[in-house]
Unconditional design. Structure first.
Lengths: 210, 302
């Protein structure tokens, strides 16, 4: 990739999207986690024009965009079609996954609903980093199905060694735990690329728009 | 101008003696086969004749409940909440109806491995419905029930005035089973439901035909269809657990309207001969409803 290369997706300001999209993406909105801590949702998104684009855009050597935006019928209606919107942090998530893939030395399979999903996705049981585009659920690594304690804890430990600061959901069946996939979570990171549209709305206009 | 003469005289409605003889046949089977209970309901859409034997008795539904869940899925499609090609994440993790405690469908106890192979990926709702019915996939069943919800299924039954089907949980929910929370059906209930589908009165003719098409693709044929002539098409759903063996379906003999039948049986866990008993009763019903009147005492009308 030479200097002429430009990332092929347009950055859009979520606050300027039409109402039906704002109501499900909740750009810039504050959500509270189970502990009552406030987290601000992403405001800037990449606009994905079609599934073909998602299939063809390689975010890292091993991960294409489509793998991180597969959501099922429980995703909010306006986000089941195209264009679709995904937080700009998704590119950094792919780079972290690439490093993890190097460490495991084989294919890493992201579950459906296991990459970005909107705050209105019906499977959400609370505030989740998936809505920031900074968490993944991995259901298989190579030929190993991650559905028991041994496999989940082994790869969770490897992830923590490989990816400083990553949080892995503990094994178990209670709320906040996992027993059928590995959850890697990089926290509530918001990315604002340099080519994001200039912020000229002003606070009151932004509030009205949201 | 020519007059078309049917090759065979039309079937006559069975008289009381014939119906009594079917009762006697089933009574004899109950005495000799080791079965605890045989419940049967039949409705013949050609003649309007019905046959009922313990048809309002509640029994564990086993996998016959999947027909009701199919109805719930198509209710959601009818209301625009789902499309047949909507995609659903295949995940083997469900909440018990007792207390929400998570459970899984064991792959080695499920007749269908294809859905298990898709764990982590997505499958279309219509494909899951096919797996739920044709190979009785428990994983597909729980995924679909989880998606549409118990209330949607029960409401679809209520809206269509189907009595005799009580949907209370998904399948393989051992905690619910031990707590006595089970899906239940009566033979009458299954016949009511299948009649709606067969007569294209379930939501719309198009959606009824789609459901019927799925039932026609049934791969488990050792019950109602087993001893019927090859030309007879059957759209059916079986249900087997250790203590019950059921089959319910729509039977299409050639050159006449179909009849709808549910045969529900209850057994000791170690008993054998379940499918054969259902097949025997099915054959007897077929012979009863398709018996043709003798033509002029067997004279030469050629």
């Amino acid at each position: 990739m030479g200097e002429a290369y430009r990332f092929p997706l347009r950055v859009v300001d979520g606050l300027r999207l039409e109402r039906s999209l704002r109501e499900v993406l909740l750009p810039g909105r504050v959500l509270y986690d189970d502990a009552g801590h406030a987290h601000t949702l992403p405001r800037y998104f990449y606009e994905v024009p079609s599934w073909e684009h998602a299939m063809n855009i390689q975010l890292s050597q091993s991960f294409a965009l489509w793998e991180l935006i597969q959501t099922d019928v429980r995703e909010a209606g306006p986000l089941r079609g195209f264009p679709r919107y995904v937080p700009c942090s998704i590119t950094m998530l792919a780079l972290c996954l690439e490093r993890f893939r190097d460490a495991v030395g084989t294919f890493v399979h992201i579950a459906a609903n296991g990459g970005y999903r909107s705050p209105r996705h019906a499977v959400n049981t609370g505030t989740t980093a998936h809505s920031w585009g900074t968490a993944v659920n991995i259901y298989r690594i190579g030929d190993v199905q991650l559905d028991d304690r041994e496999a989940i804890e082994r790869y969770a430990a490897l992830a923590r060694q490989t990816l400083p600061g990553v949080w892995t959901r503990p094994f178990g069946s209670a709320r906040g735990q996992t027993d059928d996939q590995l959850h890697l979570d990089f926290g509530y990171v918001v990315s604002v690329p340099h080519d994001a549209p200039a912020d000229s709305l002003g606070f009151e206009a932004e509030r009205r728009a949201s | 101008m020519t007059t078309r003469v049917p090759l065979l005289p039309a079937a006559a409605p069975p008289g009381d003696a014939a119906l009594d003889s079917l009762h006697a046949h089933i009574d004899a089977l109950e005495r000799t086969s080791g079965v605890h209970t045989i419940a049967v309901a039949v409705h013949d859409t050609e003649t309007g004749v019905s046959f009922r034997r313990h048809a309002d008795r509640w029994l564990h539904a086993a996998s016959t409940i999947k027909v009701a869940i199919l109805l719930g899925v198509y209710a959601s499609i009818h209301r625009g909440w789902l499309l047949p090609h909507s995609r659903l994440h295949v995940r083997n993790r469900f909440a018990s109806a007792v207390d929400g405690y998570p459970f899984r469908v064991a792959a080695d106890r499920d007749a269908d491995s294809e859905v298990h192979r898709s764990i982590g990926k997505m499958m279309r709702v219509a494909d899951l419905a096919v797996h739920m019915i044709t190979t009785s996939s428990n994983l597909a069943t729980n995924l679909l029930l989880d998606l549409v919800g118990l209330e949607t299924v029960q409401r679809a039954l209520d809206d269509l005035y189907v009595d005799g089907i009580d949907v209370r949980r998904g399948v393989e929910d051992e905690r619910a089973f031990e707590a006595g929370i089970n899906n239940r059906v009566t033979a009458d209930g299954l016949v009511q439901l299948l009649r709606l589908i067969a007569e294209e009165r379930a939501f719309s003719p198009e959606l009824s035909r789609e459901m019927l098409g799925i039932l026609h693709a049934q791969e488990f044929r050792s019950g109602i269809p087993a001893r019927l002539p090859a030309a007879v098409r059957v759209a059916n759903k079986t249900g087997d657990i250790s203590t019950v063996a059921h089959d319910a379906g729509v039977v299409y003999p050639p050159h006449r309207k179909p009849y709808v039948v549910a045969i529900l049986t209850e057994w000791a866990p170690e008993a054998s001969g379940r499918s054969a008993t259902i097949a025997d009763i099915s054959r007897a019903i077929y012979e009863l409803l398709t018996a043709r009147p003798s033509v002029g005492g067997g004279g030469n009308h050629g």
